[in-house]
Ligand binder design. Structure first.
Ligand SMILES: [Mg+2]
Length: 288
């Protein structure tokens, strides 16, 4: 652009004296210099203003801590894996375990938008998989046994993870504690009731999905700002990444096993992200 302007001035000055050409050049350079100065000033000002806003946000204290439930507060995925193993054993006359397992995962993912997360959806997906892998030749007693497997899963007692109650007891007077979990409404309510820790929580949110918009709705309902909200959970995909994306805090406590659908190969680098070995190791950070 500047080069085009200079050639325009050159053309303009072709029939003018050298003195006049110098004068026009001088005025042009002065004008450009002024513009550059203003642009630089605006850029520096905007940068400083942005840093100031970021600093203000980082000083906002966390007011609400939301805990994921399955494999964060209590054991879940190992029970599903045990049930899946028994289901594959029921069908081992038809196909090897890993093939049935792969087909079941595919069916579960296809059905997520219809049934959501939880044991009842898992039961229906097992039955559908049984029909698929046996080409509809499945015996009625195998279907019955599959339904029994699901009912056994629904009846499993709640086993809290080590340190959960100690952490909730220590945090309850300093923060508003919330449960934010996916899963079947009735099943998650039953688990919470049987867990013995329901009374620590100010609010229970059983969510169909844990996307950015779902967290924004929850945060609005809790009447806090995203930067005052911390989500603690075992899934980077569901508990951490969407919360960081909307300006909240996400603390990850990996569990030794994760459902294939929740796995993400992701290195998280974010000022509001922290990772902990277990739930008890949250306390020194949250009680400063
Ligand atoms: Mg979980």
């Amino acid at each position: 652009m500047q080069r085009n302007n200079l050639s325009f001035i050159n053309r303009l000055c072709t029939k003018r004296s050298n003195g006049m050409q110098l004068g026009i050049y001088s005025a042009y350079l002065h004008f450009i210099g002024e513009l550059d100065f203003k642009t630089r000033f605006q850029k520096i000002f905007l940068k400083l203003f942005h840093s100031y806003i970021q600093a203000l946000k980082s000083f906002m204290p966390i007011k609400v801590i939301a805990f994921d439930a399955d494999d964060t507060l209590w054991i879940n995925e190992p029970y599903f894996q045990e049930t899946e193993k028994k289901f594959c054993e029921l069908l081992e006359d038809y196909l090897p375990h890993h093939t049935v397992s792969r087909e079941l995962l595919k069916t579960e993912i296809q059905n997520l938008s219809l049934y959501g997360y939880g044991i009842k959806g898992f039961m229906l997906s097992m039955i559908e998989t049984a029909f698929k892998v046996t080409d509809k030749t499945i015996k009625v007693d195998v279907v019955e046994k599959t339904i029994e497997l699901g009912k056994d899963l629904l009846a499993r007692p709640i086993e809290l993870l080590d340190g959960v109650e100690e952490v909730l007891l220590n945090l309850k007077d300093h923060y508003r504690l919330v449960v934010a979990t996916k899963g079947d409404l009735l099943d998650q309510e039953r688990k919470l009731k049987n867990s013995g820790i329901e009374h620590y929580f100010h609010h229970i949110e059983i969510m169909s999905e844990k996307g950015e918009s779902d967290y924004l709705k929850l945060i609005k309902h809790l009447d806090v700002k995203p930067q005052e909200f911390l989500m603690v959970g075992n899934s980077l995909k569901s508990d951490v990444l969407p919360v960081l994306a909307i300006g909240g805090h996400g603390y990850h406590i990996p569990y030794h096993t994760t459902w294939a659908h929740e796995k993400v190969e992701h290195v998280v680098e974010h000022p509001n992200f922290k990772q902990f070995q277990n739930i008890k190791s949250l306390l020194p950070t949250l009680l400063v």
